[in-house]
Design a binder for this molecule. Structure first.
Ligand code: SF4
Ligand code: SF4
Length: 434
């Protein structure tokens, strides 16, 4: 047995113990130094070998492991029995967020009934034999301004999947202001299972950043709606911070606790930076970056501070785990309100990144989207590969104007990974070898 290539080893406060994180299996282990040395000198007991193998800490052959790594996404795609389609159902909104990117597009672009029909045909065609889960994520603008159409699309697809013995679910990324109990009940009947509501910090900060178009604050309306609906559907909260506002986000968590919106009622919380976007950006405003990240020092500091605040209050937040960019996932698409198809919500509207449309079908995007950009020696040799896979093409585009090179996250992982793992140890239970 040999140590896996895809592990990181950190010191632990307890003398004689090492903290070992497998980037491939997302496992956290506390391993006695004696056992760790016995891997290096070939004297590992069969019992320890079995448990370290399971945790991804050891492999039978490191060189073979690296070769296998090149095939990992192909294998994932071959095994995927789901189809995931993000639908930007409109480009219209009842809010006037200060950082909104929708610019002149905001205010009146809705998916038509005809386009929705084509969308349903497109999905049915791609829901091939062997698929057993169809999931749609609806974005806007504000998707609930098109609640009727979401219901129609969902009812049609629900009946289609049920005839095949498969499941249909959908989720919403919404500003939360229109998510009343009656709306929620109807949508849950149509297949709604999860909602992500954007709240930008405490009432004062949020109301300044995300007012209604009338100028009135939206915070109280959103909190009222969450209280009305948390028993019907899984509600997650996302928020967009910047350099001047991130310190106010813990106040939102305090407020949640005070108002009874405890961790059993809010299924996940994640705050992310408002990222730099090009002027011509038309991607969904609230698609804020559950997969983007930036290497700037203040973002690293704010990100880990807020993660600690979330975890210490008992709320769930995403774990650090292997996550390829959605562009690499074969059965995942983004369809804009006008029927143009993309691979990533952040690349919507960007010239050269559409991959077809609902009328004429899909084009080969393997070169335009630089599939396999991570299959180079530097990335294969990099222990962070399973967490990164060449980073975010959108961030590379914003920075370089093209996606010809990986968006290397090494500085981010070098600075943050140990802290993030130690947060998980503090608030979640790690695996421990004897
Ligand atoms: S390009 Fe970036 S934002 Fe788009 S799916 Fe990939 S990681 Fe996410
Ligand atoms: S882009 Fe950088 S961090 Fe990501 S896998 Fe390649 S070398 Fe590693």
């Amino acid at each position: 047995m040999q140590l896996s290539h895809y592990i990181k080893v950190y010191p632990h406060e307890t003398p004689g113990l090492l903290l070992v994180y497998s980037t491939k299996k997302a496992s956290i282990s506390l391993i006695p130094e004696t056992i760790y040395s016995s891997v290096e000198n070939g004297s590992l007991s069969p019992e320890d070998e079995a448990s370290l193998l399971k945790l991804g800490v050891v492999v039978s052959d490191r060189e073979e492991e690296k070769k296998e790594m090149r095939l990992i996404i192909d294998r994932l795609n071959a095994k995927n029995r789901g189809l995931n389609v993000s639908v930007i159902i409109n480009m219209a909104c009842n809010f006037d967020c200060i950082y909104c990117y929708e610019g002149t597009l905001k205010g009146g672009h809705y998916m038509s009934g005809e386009t929705a029909g084509l969308l349903i045909d497109f999905i049915k065609e791609r829901f091939t034999k062997g698929k057993n889960l169809l999931n749609l994520d609806f974005y806007g603008g504000e998707p609930l301004l098109s609640a009727g159409l979401i219901k129609e699309i969902s009812e049609s697809l629900k009946s289609f999947t049920s005839d095949r013995g498969a499941s249909y679910t959908f989720s919403l990324v919404t500003n939360g202001s229109l998510f009343k109990r009656k709306v929620a009940e109807e949508l849950v009947r149509a297949g709604l299972t999860a909602v992500r509501i954007t709240i930008d910090g405490d009432a004062e900060t949020h109301n300044r950043n995300r007012p209604f178009r009338t100028g009135a604050g939206s915070f109280d309306a959103i909190i009222g709606n969450i209280k009305e609906t948390y028993d019907l559907v899984r509600i997650g909260v996302g928020g967009n911070f910047d350099r001047g506002t991130y310190e106010r986000f813990p106040l939102l968590l305090d407020y949640f606790e005070k108002e009874g919106l405890t961790p059993d009622r809010i299924c996940e919380v994640k705050f992310g930076p408002v990222s730099k976007r090009p002027d011509e950006d038309t991607s969904p405003a609230d698609y804020t970056d559950w997969c983007l990240s930036v290497n700037e020092p203040w973002v690293l500091k704010a990100g880990s501070l807020l993660r600690e605040e979330i975890l210490k209050r008992g709320y769930s937040t995403p774990k650090i785990m292997p996550m390829p960019c959605q562009i690499e996932i074969a059965d995942a698409y983004v369809v804009n309100y006008d029927g143009v198809i993309y691979k990533c919500p952040a690349l919507v509207g960007r010239k050269g990144f559409d991959i077809g449309d609902l009328q004429t079908g899909l084009r080969d995007y393997s070169y335009s989207h630089r599939l396999d950009i991570w299959k180079n020696d530097d990335c294969i040799e990099c222990e962070y590969l399973p967490l990164c896979f060449g980073g975010c093409r959108y961030m590379a585009y914003v920075r370089d104007g093209n996606i010809d090179h990986p968006d290397c996250k090494r500085p981010y992982f070098d600075t943050s990974l140990e802290t993030l793992i130690k947060q998980d140890i503090k608030y979640r239970r790690p695996s421990r070898t004897k």
